[in-house]
Design a binder for this molecule. Structure first.
Ligand code: NI
Length: 282
């Protein structure tokens, strides 16, 4: 049967309209009530990186929202990429200006770590962060008091699959996701690894098959008080809540370009938690 011409014209107009809205496909999963449905907040630290754009496509294709905790000096070096994260509908938080251990740098240097990151992120994206993630998950009362001055609430995590350690062994990271994610989990990833993007691409179908909605931290937790801290540096206990899906339902990895990671900047970093990866971006 044929559509009446008026309906066909309307559909054509809608189609053209959808195509004309621009090349950026936003994650418009719509509002969800995480008290009613299962939600998980995927978070990505240490970017933006050369892998971020592929991750944005992966997330948007799955109608998944996520939260990106950006390092200020990387944003300043690549503001356009940071803006694409915001344009894709993702939430943006601060991961400080240069990823130091905030609890051991001189107290006088703490405010600038917040201020410079906020300025770089706001300048690039138009969004002033309300959330921050302490580098290495390390913070204390004095640092939290400073964060409050900048209107920032700290977000740690419930699930830490060690994607930076398991870079070459995504099965190990996947095992931790399978055994630890539960409704309301905040999961820590890093979009500085091509392998992490691969893992997320192949794991989103598992989360969907388990009825999960992928939401931002703010969608999951609601407003957070400035200076507060959510979560912990530790893993939660295994819950084994997820069921796996048939291997045939997991998409094969396409041939993906693997540009080298952005070199790290000279920073006061945390041993073993280098924001440029174990080889410092080399
Ligand atoms: Ni980090």
């Amino acid at each position: 049967m044929r559509y009446p011409s008026t309906i066909a014209a309307l559909l054509a107009a809608l189609f053209i309209g959808a195509c004309a809205t621009g090349h950026v496909h936003r994650a418009d999963a719509g509002p969800v009530d995480c008290a009613v449905v299962k939600c998980v907040a995927l978070t990505f630290d240490d970017g933006p990186s050369p892998y971020t754009d592929r991750l944005l496509r992966v997330l948007n294709d799955a109608d998944a929202r996520a939260t990106f905790f950006l390092i200020g000096n990387k944003v300043a070096a690549d503001p356009a990429r940071a803006k694409r994260i915001a344009d894709a509908g993702m939430e943006i938080g601060s991961h400080t200006w240069e990823h130091p251990n905030m609890t051991t740098i001189p107290a006088a240097d703490v405010p600038a770590q917040f201020a410079r990151a906020n300025d770089a992120i706001a300048s690039a994206t138009g969004v002033t962060p309300r959330l921050w993630r302490p580098p290495g998950g390390l913070t204390d009362d004095a640092v939290n008091a400073q964060a409050a001055e900048f209107g920032l609430a700290a977000i740690l995590w419930d699930v830490i699959p060690f994607d930076w350690i398991n870079d070459a062994d995504t099965a190990a990271t996947r095992y931790m996701l399978m055994t630890q994610i539960k409704p309301g989990s905040v999961v820590l990833f890093h979009d500085t690894y091509s392998s992490t993007v691969d893992l997320v691409y192949q794991f989103l179908p598992v989360l969907k098959a388990n009825g999960y909605h992928m939401v931002s931290v703010s969608e999951l937790l609601g407003p957070r008080a400035a200076g507060s801290v959510y979560g912990s540096r530790d893993n939660g206990p295994p819950v084994n809540e997820l069921h796996d899906i048939p291997a045939a339902d997991i998409p094969a990895l396409p041939a993906t370009p693997s540009p080298p990671p952005m070199p790290n900047f000279p920073i006061t970093d945390i041993a073993g938690a280098n924001s440029g990866g174990p080889n410092n971006g080399a």
